[in-house]
Design a protein around this ligand. Structure first.
Ligand code: ZN
Ligand code: ZN
Length: 247
């Protein structure tokens, strides 16, 4: 069943999408993230979360608040955003709005917050309802937001040739924009897999039967904070973390 995506949600997703296109590939992007606050202990909603892709490392975390509305960003907006940043341990924040900001807001933002203007015309031709549906049972209206494109290589030894042949296999990796479940699409067979970070999920392999499988898990950083991580597990024993989201 299709539903009409609310404008504020479209605005959040377009901001997230643009960030994926602009950021280095060693950073991953999570739309509609939920992180337990370090100060409040309460789960906080974050419009867009940007963090290290390959490490269980939360020291470079950035967050984005996308405010789709007609009035300018004011001091109060900046202050509550700075409170959120502190609570979720973000080192820098971006406040994005189509309507600009007041002089006082700019002063209050200081070096920790960057205020950006993104006009609404970016929403034209932007349609998340064309993204794949979340495969988790019970997830309503979730769509898969791709934020990474890892390439893994199959090395095959042909019977009658001396040199092994390398077949690159490109994947999309990302997560549901509602429940956060990881998804992987193999671009050779087009299978979409949805590994769960629950303990009883032993991994997923696409129909190509490549020498790797996909596994999600919960990992703890040095300060005791958890993140969900998606790994490519190679038959050689190598494990590559390809996507993350803090919890
Ligand atoms: Zn979902
Ligand atoms: Zn495949």
């Amino acid at each position: 069943m299709n539903r009409k995506t609310p404008e504020w949600e479209l605005y959040e997703r377009v901001v997230a999408r643009m960030l994926v296109d602009q950021l280095e590939t060693d950073l991953c992007v999570t739309p509609n993230a939920r992180i337990v606050g370090r100060v409040t202990g309460v789960r906080r909603q974050v419009d867009v979360l940007i963090e290290a892709r390959h490490d269980t490392d939360n020291s470079r975390r950035l967050i984005v608040d996308a405010k789709r509305r007609a009035r300018k960003i004011d001091v109060k907006d900046v202050e509550s955003f700075r409170g959120l940043m502190e609570d979720v341990g973000a080192t820098h924040g971006y406040l994005v709005s189509p309507a600009g900001y007041t002089k006082a807001a700019e002063k209050r933002a200081q070096a920790a917050v960057s205020i950006r203007i993104l006009p609404l015309d970016h929403l034209k031709d932007f349609d998340p309802s064309t993204w794949p549906r979340c495969q988790r049972k019970g997830c309503k209206h979730g769509r898969v937001f791709w934020d990474g494109y890892p390439e893994l290589t199959m090395v095959l030894q042909p019977l009658h040739a001396s040199e092994p042949v390398h077949y690159p296999a490109v994947h999309y990796v990302g997560k549901c924009d509602r429940c956060g479940r990881f998804h992987v699409q193999c671009l050779v067979c087009n299978d979409i897999l949805a590994p769960s970070e629950a303990d009883n999920d032993c991994g997923h392999q696409c129909s190509c039967r490549p020498p790797w499988f996909w596994l999600a898990s919960i990992e703890e950083d040095d300060d005791g904070y958890d993140s969900a991580e998606l790994h490519a597990c190679l038959m050689t024993g190598q494990v590559i973390t390809v996507d993350r989201r803090s919890l």
